[in-house]
Design a protein around this ligand. Sequence first.
Ligand code: GLA
Length: 434
Amino acid sequence: MHPAALVLALALSAPALALDNGLMLTPPMGWLAWERYRCDIDCANDPKNCISENLFIDMADRLYEDGWKELGYSFINIDDCWSSKVRDKQGRLQADPKRFPGGILKLSRYLHERGLKLGIYGDMGTLTCGGYPGTPLDKVKIDAQTFADWEVDMFKYDGCYSNATEQEKGYPAMSVALNATGRPIAYSCSWPAYQGGLPPKVNYTELGQICNLWRNYGDIEDSWDSVLNIINWFFENQDVLTPAAGPGKWNDPDMLVIGDFGLSYEQSRTQMALWAIMAAPLFMSNDLRTISSSARAILQNKMIISINQDQLGIQGRRIVKEKIGIDVYLRPLSHNCSALVFFSRRSDMPYRYSTSLSKLNFTAGVYKVMDVYSNKEDTLKDSSTFVVSINPTGVVMWYVSAPAKPSLRHFFKAGKLRGYDDYDHANALPASFL
Ligand code: GLA
């Protein structure tokens, strides 16, 4: 064989391992039907809330008209129970004809005309978790092609009714099949959630190569218990999880339930703050038609969104866990800035937590801090003691700018800044906040 032909043959036969689709360099943001709307298919009696094209069009209109899109919330994601119970004559999945009379392509075009994107859902078993047709191995190619034909932008591949051996084949196979369609389709894998979320059963290196995001853990519910349980699991396992995340590959602690019924105001602020620390996908599952102004303000907080979307994509960690029920979380951000969250697990009264920046590993002098919920700014010397008042089940969240002038010498010495260009950046808040 001619050497060039050999190289070509090898290239064609080599499995496409890396998910090099260039998508989701920051965590995706948008709206996802599942937590709030589940498998409500009763459009006769519950037309406003049933899984139908009308629900997705309504939410798309809200994202487009109510300022969500400009903030980055661009996905509208269909979850389970969208399809007909039978495939079409060509063996392709098809939307339920009564609930989606226009079909999925029409819906995705509606979104694209508004600069939004469409996500859809499937399952690697014989059936989806809700009992709709699945996408087992022999259907991977045809279904990936159908989603591409429908101009879908994201695909969530669930794992009900499949076993570990099938998952080992199916999740990588779908990654290859989506890439092979030539359409950029972001890929969300539920695989780790079905394998306990931890090594040795879960291989996070491989996941980063085949998926853009993945569900590590159980489903979120509309309750504080559920949100707290997820927070605890993710930070207890931070040594395993944080190295797995980065641009194009994210841990997914599941949807935001802010704007629903189960979380108090404080708890809603906590979910938003800690999802930003975790560099988590921000998919709201709520009713954007009737959302309260306080929930909207939390979800539309520009500072927190910018922290979530920081371009370095470093997932934050819990750095302090006090026995008295106070935790401190830190996420490093670009331009030598950081986000800090003080969280209270207490149930008595606002707790006056006393600490200093140097106790939290900030040792470069004087910092500018901004409370992202009150927008109050302050200047703090690393060694000075300060007090934050943290409400029960609530947070205080700070954006900490890089040290101001007096401590710059320290930074230059440490080789962290190269010149005054960096210095200007380092002292500025992101342009969008000025
Ligand atoms: C699983 C997933 C959920 C949702 C449902 C749909 O439980 O983890 O996020 O997609 O299936 O049935």
